[in-house]
Design a protein around this ligand. Structure first.
Ligand code: GTP
Ligand code: MG
Length: 709
């Protein structure tokens, strides 16, 4: 394996909407560079990138895949990502380690929903962008419309470098505005012949060339002066200016492609070699503690892991980028996140499922190793004593949470073990256990993500799983005060049971005055594990209930509060005043007072205007302005209160408070309502009363369940 020096390594991530041709382009680049002798096709399930069984089954990418080409004197690492938005957990780590984004647009479809969604991530990571307009051979290809849309969505930085002479089936010529030449392809694509720009095209080509030169000059005063002096820049000066423009994100150069027919990829690779910034030229990486790490070959060795793959034979494979220094086979590095020392026993580069051993990798390069003991995705490994930690990767929150259960109850443990493994590969699968409802929840990015999870569980881990809607964690409380007494009395043969409790319950609130009309002998404030408070007063006078029974009464009250009288949901924010009762000299014991306390509480509760509370979520829904009306109407149908609307570019952000019970699979509904363009985030806001009609229904449901249980 040739070892490339850091200046000659370029890291590119292939991004774009589902089906725009990323995997096909990666295959074509590998073929053009001579790394494969035959081009695989998506339909034949034999591309280097889409090598997983699940990808073959679906006919599209599911994982991000690292590949590389060697073009002229440069090594280009390519990370091919899946375009489906549910698989954003694959895209984000790839973006994090790439130095340039190659954003592919499809000439028949232009800027799609998926393009816009991925653009938001690119903008977040502030990466240089090259735009490839692909599928120019398609009968519906429209280069000009695609570029116009790109300008509309991504701004005036979109800069035409090339344009096609014809589109659709006859596509075979590209005018290049930097080289001012025409590339003419044979039917099979590949290396084009260079021809002068035809006379009839010169005027258009020259006008566009001038725009390009101005774009290249605008980022550098010296270049600007040259341009004013000579009225022109030479090729090297243009490359220099374009590189600066890319790095400042004032220039997104546009290239012409037909990945399927192998047209345009060689020139694109040449541009990546000569113009796209190398890792060494990129701004320093931010560290978790606020510092920065320069990518430098002479720096200390620092690796950042961005992907974990679990393969049947190899076990855990960890992919990383060398952020600084160099890493050698057999080297010991410290994982800054776990403190574990890890030996890099094997070092390799990857091309899809192929691994090629190397003895060292230098700053800016991407490679992998296996069998690390305690290293996960987004960890930093460094030389002992260096103590460097790179910022973690911010994975998106789940958009969907469902209860997951093994179809066969006996396989529950196996399911859990499988989920933990899958989570290592895919950090956007988030497992949570709800102690309150006793349910195992799985968070994912959408329905498709869940169905892929189910497929993996079934095919790779041989365990069948089912999903269902999570139970809503309702709460119960009261709205007025009420009193009750309960006498528990049992006489069976020998010693009996006796306990009588009189108590009053009241809605508790912050800074509530002390109870009047009773002398307070004891007060306990309990913060309940399910939220809210129970404040318990002992106001017994004259020793009618012995102090030693008070904990039993409290226990009885607590027990009923844990499974409230209305629907069995936890009760909260209640003050209990025990003010009277009776004992029996022989038969009174703990259990009698616990039962009396519980029953008195239950009876008082039913007369205290009981109220069911439901969790309310704070929502931020981001939708294209033209779809706001539909989304708003839908939100109102979900009992939402709209708190306000903000503008953000072409989007509107609706802020609303919505009951959790109305949000089951909201991400799916929002997607279908907005053709996939709407996104949202939610977080718990507060508990609020359930409307009375709904409360009635829920209470009746609970009663029916209790009867059948
Ligand atoms: N006509 C035409 N079809 C293309 C071209 N590039 C890709 N395709 C076809 O488009 C379909 C999708 O191609 P992929 O390479 O899988 O697209 P992708 O962007 O990797 O898709 P995801 O991985 O799902 O995001 C396949 O049927 C390809 O053969 C092209 O340049 N021209
Ligand atoms: Mg793909």
């Amino acid at each position: 394996m040739k070892v490339f020096d850091a200046k000659h390594i370029k890291n590119i991530v292939l991004l774009g909407s589902h089906g725009c041709g990323k995997t096909t382009l990666a295959e074509t680049m590998l073929f053009e560079a001579g790394l494969i002798q035959r081009r695989g096709r998506i339909e034949d399930k034999n591309t280097v990138s889409d090598h997983h069984d699940l990808e073959h089954e679906r006919g599209s990418s599911v994982h991000s895949t690292v590949l590389h080409t060697e073009w002229r004197n440069y090594k280009i690492n390519i990370i091919d990502t899946p375009g489906l938005d549910d698989l954003v957990g694959e895209t984000i780590p790839a973006l994090r380690v790439a130095d340039t984004c190659l954003l592919l647009l499809s000439a028949p479809h232009g800027v799609e929903v998926g393009t816009d969604l991925v653009w938001d991530h690119i903008a977040h990571y502030d990466r240089p962008v090259i735009i490839g307009v692909n599928q120019l051979d398609h009968p519906n290809a429209d280069f000009d419309a695609t570029v116009a849309q790109a300008r509309e969505h991504f701004g005036s930085a979109v800069t035409v470098m090339q344009y096609p002479m014809e589109q659709g089936d006859g596509f075979h010529r590209i005018i290049d505005l930097l080289k001012m030449t025409m590339y003419v392809f044979k039917d099979a694509g590949g290396k084009p012949e260079k021809q002068p720009i035809p006379e009839g095209e010169r005027e258009r080509a020259e006008a566009l060339h001038k725009e390009l030169v101005e774009k290249a000059a605008e980022n550098d005063e010296t270049l600007m002066e040259h341009y004013f002096d000579k009225g022109e820049l030479d090729e090297d000066e243009m490359r220099q200016g374009l590189k600066q423009g890319m790095m400042k994100r004032t220039c997104f150069p546009v290239f012409c492609l037909s990945a399927l027919r192998n047209m345009g990829s060689g020139r694109l690779m040449g541009f990546i070699d000569n113009v796209a910034p190398a890792a060494l030229e990129m701004p320093a990486e931010e560290l978790a503690d606020g510092g920065a790490l320069e990518c430098s070959v002479d720096g200390p060795p620092v690796l950042f892991t961005f992907k974990t793959m679990i393969e049947p034979r190899a076990g855990h494979i960890t992919l990383f980028k060398v952020m600084s220094g160099e890493v050698n086979e057999g080297q010991d590095l410290v994982n800054d996140n776990t403190g574990t020392t890890e030996r890099i026993n094997q070092l390799f580069i990857v091309d899809g499922k192929e691994r090629k051993a190397v003895t060292k990798l230098v700053a800016g390069d991407i490679g992998g190793t296996i069998k690390l003991k305690d290293t996960a995705t987004a960890h930093t490994l460094h030389a002992p004593g260096r103590n460097v930690k790179l910022r973690p990767i911010a994975f998106p929150q789940p958009r969907l949470r469902q209860v997951i259960k093994a179809t066969d109850q006996k396989q529950e443990e196996k399911l859990h073990a499988a989920l933990l493994e899958i989570q290592k590969e895919d950090p956007t699968i988030v497992l949570t256990y709800s102690r309150e409802t006793g349910q195992q929840l799985v968070g994912a990015q959408g329905d498709l993500h869940l169905s892929l999870l189910k497929w993996k569980l079934s095919h790779h881990y041989k365990v069948e799983a089912e999903f269902s809607a999570p139970r809503i964690p309702y709460r119960e409380t009261i709205r007025k005060e009420a009193s009750a007494m309960y006498r528990h009395k049992k006489q069976t043969g020998g010693s009996g049971q006796f306990g009588e409790v009189h108590l009053r319950i009241e809605p508790w609130y912050e800074d509530m005055p002390e109870p009047t009309g009773h002398s307070v002998r004891g007060k306990e404030v309990h913060d309940l594990p399910t939220g809210g408070k129970l404040v318990f007063y002992n106001c017994i006078v004259g020793g009618v209930i012995d102090n030693k029974f008070m904990p039993s009464i409290l226990k009885g009250v607590m027990e009923k509060m844990e499974r409230g009288p209305l629907t069995g949901s936890p009760a909260r924010d209640i003050r209990v005043v025990v003010f009277d009762g009776k004992m029996h000299p022989v038969d009174s014991n703990d259990i009698s007072f616990k039962i009396a306390g519980l029953q008195a509480f239950r009876d008082a509760f039913s007369n205290a205007d009981p109220q069911l509370l439901e969790p309310i979520q704070e929502l931020e829904v981001r939708v294209p302005a033209e779809l706001m009306g539909d989304v708003m109407t839908d939100l109102q149908g979900r009992r939402s209160i709209v708190m306000g609307v903000d503008s953000s570019g072409r989007y509107q952000i609706i802020k609303a408070h919505t009951p959790l019970a109305e949000l089951d699979r909201y991400s799916t509904s929002l997607r279908s309502l907005t053709q996939g363009r709407g996104t949202y985030t939610e977080r718990f806001l507060a508990y609020q009363p359930v409307p009375s009609e709904l409360q009635h229904r829920l209470v009746n449901h609970h009663k029916e369940d209790e009867v059948t249980a």
